[in-house]
Design a protein around this ligand. Structure first.
Ligand code: PMP
Length: 307
């Protein structure tokens, strides 16, 4: 049985077992939520005996942008980032679906919530991960009583740890009320995203998702779905979505690295469509899983082969 704790990770410029990658209680990021992170999946293809990391370059770029927003000093070039990721995966001889978590965190042992003049450090670790939410049976979701943080409060464009308090409040409320996941509305009352995933709806054969100015994280899976859909000849529209459009949508699904593509069966107890997976969602989900597992050569540009 694989023990993630024994697996190598990158920490303070060295490769150490994950169980030894520990930080001081005084760490700035721990006190004030001043860390930014990524979540990247690698898919194991047993037939090809290879592990495919999905859109590594895009994840590096988003991490750099998150760091820039948070006044971090981390300037690692992609080539070095890629070498670190490949080394921890190869040295761990990972042969299963894997989730990578790169993080830049303000590591100074200092008081005062600020961004400037605080040092930062970079780390990456890997854990095994299969489905995060059920992708086969529909998800029962609710609109959260919590409002999505806006760009001028805690920017969701930066994948910052502190912002995930907003997600945690919504997620726990949803689960404790008997739902599987929450959907946020933004400060204007428009649909934003899930607690850790972007959202799509289908209306009259068109695929609709909120815009990048609707307080969402600019999801890499979202971007992928938009491109895949266009290649399949599906009309895609990025525009604000109203709450009740969710209730009357023909289909709805979440996208994200963790959630992958997971369809929604009801929102606030209103059944979506016929209560089964919709035709467009199914097509996109099937195509997505083929791509990420390395079964669609047309999208090999999105893959980094580990072995
Ligand atoms: N929104 C939020 C708040 C998230 O945490 C995530 C997961 N990273 C997403 C959307 C989906 O982004 P991605 O497709 O890049 O994983």
């Amino acid at each position: 049985m694989l023990n993630a704790d024994e697996m190598p990770c990158y920490f303070q410029g060295r490769y150490v077992p994950l169980k030894d990658a520990n930080i001081n209680i005084r760490t700035h990021a721990m006190q004030y939520g001043t860390a930014v992170f990524g979540g990247i999946r690698g898919y194991w293809n047993a037939e090809k005996k290879n592990l495919y990391v999905f859109r590594l370059h895009d994840h590096w770029q988003r991490l750099r942008q998150s760091g820039k927003i948070m006044q971090m000093h981390w300037q690692m070039e992609f080539e070095e980032f890629e070498q670190i990721v490949l080394k921890i995966l190869r040295d761990g001889n990972w042969q299963c679906n894997v989730y990578l978590r790169p993080v830049i965190y303000k590591n100074a042992l200092e008081l005062s919530p600020r961004l400037h003049n605080v040092t930062d450090d970079f780390s990456v670790y890997a854990i095994p991960l299969n489905d995060y939410l059920d992708t086969r049976n529909g998800l029962k979701v609710c609109v959260s009583s919590w409002t999505r943080i806006s760009d001028n409060q805690i920017p969701t464009r930066a994948k910052a740890t502190g912002g995930y308090i907003n997600s945690a409040l919504a997620k726990s409320e949803a689960i404790q009320n008997g739902f599987d996941e929450a959907i946020f509305l933004d400060v204007h009352g428009n649909v934003s995203e899930g607690s850790a995933e972007n959202l799509f709806i289908v209306r009259n054969g068109k695929l609709i998702t909120a815009t990048v100015t609707d307080s969402i994280l600019e999801g890499i899976t979202r971007r992928s779905i938009l491109e895949i859909a266009q290649n399949l000849g599906i009309v895609v529209i990025e525009r604000p979505i109203s709450r009740t459009e969710l209730y009357v949508a023909d289909e709805a699904f979440f996208s994200g690295t963790g959630v992958q593509v997971a369809w929604i069966s009801s929102v606030d107890r209103r059944t979506i469509g016929s209560g089964t997976i919709g035709a467009l969602t199914e097509k996109l989900q099937n195509t997505f899983f083929k791509i990420v597992t390395g079964e669609d050569a047309a999208y090999s540009k999105w893959q980094t082969s580990v072995y």
